[in-house]
Design a protein around this ligand. Structure first.
Ligand SMILES: Nc1ncnc2c1ncn2[C@@H]1O[C@H](COP(=O)(O)OP(=O)(O)O)[C@@H](O)[C@H]1O
Ligand SMILES: [Mg+2]
Length: 433
């Protein structure tokens, strides 16, 4: 490659997803230098980190300019919805991630619901409300269970699947009356409850072009056997065999293709990840929601499985040349197990010193999430999800065994993990978990 393609990349964010993306940048022949903001303890060990908050659009743009960055990869949804990519593009700096107009597909569930219904893309039927009395009247006529959704970003806490009238009313009141989610709950969707198995797909989109990344399955609940409260995700594996080739063809033709076309037709030049949450119902796959960035922990199993350089993919998407990059995927399975701090997603300890293995094996990765370096350079815990231990293997059983092997070699006082990541697919395959 000529020096013209030597990139200095800024990765925005501080989670396991961003550590994975930083690692991919460091491994890419296209990349000369990597920096991150704000980063975490693991990212700081491999590249310079700058203390700029992800919601500081001006500060982040200034950092990119000052550091001579020529490509920015934005991890989380908040800076996207605040217009970080718009600001970077105005400064002449290419970035991977949608502008604010595209980020609305995640930041407003009402915006997305209208787009889906107008374009006849399969999704739950829904009504929108901004007045409490009208919402309560509607609930009086609705069948149970019923789903109540705050319109805006709510860090995964803005959806209630209500099984009783009381629960539905309480959810609506919490959003429209008590402002539990602030402005994010100024408007709500009340939607039909879909029944089926959930899955998701990640697309890398550039205008009307897109590629489908490998399938994956996350584990949202804190406890084993999918019990306990919802979290940001306690682990993931890839590929997810629930999505067989026939189902994938349906998802692409009935959901992915029409969604990408509808987004483009709405005047949005989307260049980033479209992560589509899907319910596989008796009537076929239906959209639950859009996210406009990589999932976490899904990124931690998707990116290591790519044989194509992930940076080449993201850079081409940003420049509008995505169709020139063929996607190649390794045959390996991947498993990621999240090491959390006990108590997460509720209150948990911080500042615990971590004992790390001196190294991990080939095709094993210890991605940092909620960690930081203390004044003496030790890694200490700093968040609810602390690490993602990821491994590749020629079978899911092997990948899982290796990932748990990494988990066992990381020590901190409140370490907490689920022991059943991938277990459901292993059982389906008839293998012992
Ligand atoms: N219409 C629906 N029918 C049944 N379950 C739903 C429906 N919409 C959402 N859910 C459930 O609620 C979860 C969260 O909803 P989602 O739309 O993905 O919002 P978010 O991820 O922003 O919280 C989904 O993963 C799914 O389990
Ligand atoms: Mg979701």
């Amino acid at each position: 490659m000529s020096s013209a393609t030597s990139l200095k990349v800024l990765v925005v964010g501080s989670g396991g997803r961003e550590h994975t993306l930083v690692a991919a940048c460091l491994a890419s022949p296209l990349v000369g230098e990597v920096i991150a903001a704000p980063g975490n303890g693991g990212i700081a060990a491999v590249c310079p980190c700058f203390p700029v908050s992800v919601d500081d659009v001006i500060g982040m743009t200034e950092l990119a300019r000052r550091e001579g960055v020529n490509f920015v990869v934005v991890g989380p949804e908040v800076p996207l919805s605040l217009g970080l990519v718009d600001s970077l593009l105005e400064a002449g700096i290419p970035a991977f991630g949608p502008k604010a107009d595209g980020a609305r597909l995640e930041a407003s569930k009402i915006f997305t619901k209208r787009l889906l219904l107008e374009n006849k893309i399969p999704t739950a039927l829904a009504a929108e409300f901004d007045r409490l009395d009208a919402a309560l009247d509607y609930l009086g006529t609705a069948a149970l269970p019923i789903v109540i959704k705050a319109d805006g970003l709510a860090a995964g806490k803005g959806v209630v699947v209500a099984t009783s009238a009381e629960e539905a009313e309480a959810a609506v009141r919490s959003m429209l009356e008590n402002k539990l989610f602030g402005e994010s709950g100024d408007r709500v969707l009340i939607e039909e409850c879909l029944v089926g198995e959930e899955t998701s797909i990640h697309l890398v989109v550039s205008g009307r072009d897109f590629v489908v990344l490998p399938t994956s399955q996350d584990h949202k609940r804190a406890g084993e056997n999918d019990t306990g409260p919802n979290t940001g995700g306690m682990g993931a594996y890839s590929p997810a065999e629930v999505v067989d080739d026939a189902l994938m063809r349906r998802i692409v033709s009935e959901i992915a293709r029409p969604s990408v076309d509808a987004i483009a037709a709405a005047g949005i030049d989307f260049r980033g990840v479209l992560y589509i949450g899907i319910m596989i119902t008796r009537d076929g796959p239906k959209v639950l929601e859009f996210n406009t960035r990589f999932g976490d922990p899904e990124t931690q199993v998707l990116v290591p499985r790519l044989a194509t350089d992930p940076v080449a993919l993201m850079h081409a998407a940003a420049l509008g040349t995505l169709s020139s990059v063929p996607l190649e995927v390794k045959p390996d399975y991947a498993c990621c197990v999240v090491l959390a701090a006990a108590g997460y997603p509720g209150a948990y300890a911080r500042g615990e010193v971590v004992e790390l293995p001196p190294s991990v094996g080939p095709d094993e990765f210890l991605f940092h999430a909620g960690t930081r370096l203390d004044d003496s350079g030790r890694v200490v815990t700093a968040g609810g999800r602390v690490f993602g231990a990821t491994a590749l293997g020629s079978t899911l059983a092997e990948a899982t065994r290796k990932a748990y092997g990494v988990c066992d070699r990381v020590k901190f006082a409140s370490k907490f993990l689920r022991r059943d990541i991938g277990a459901r697919q292993l059982r389906r395959d008839g293998q012992p978990s």
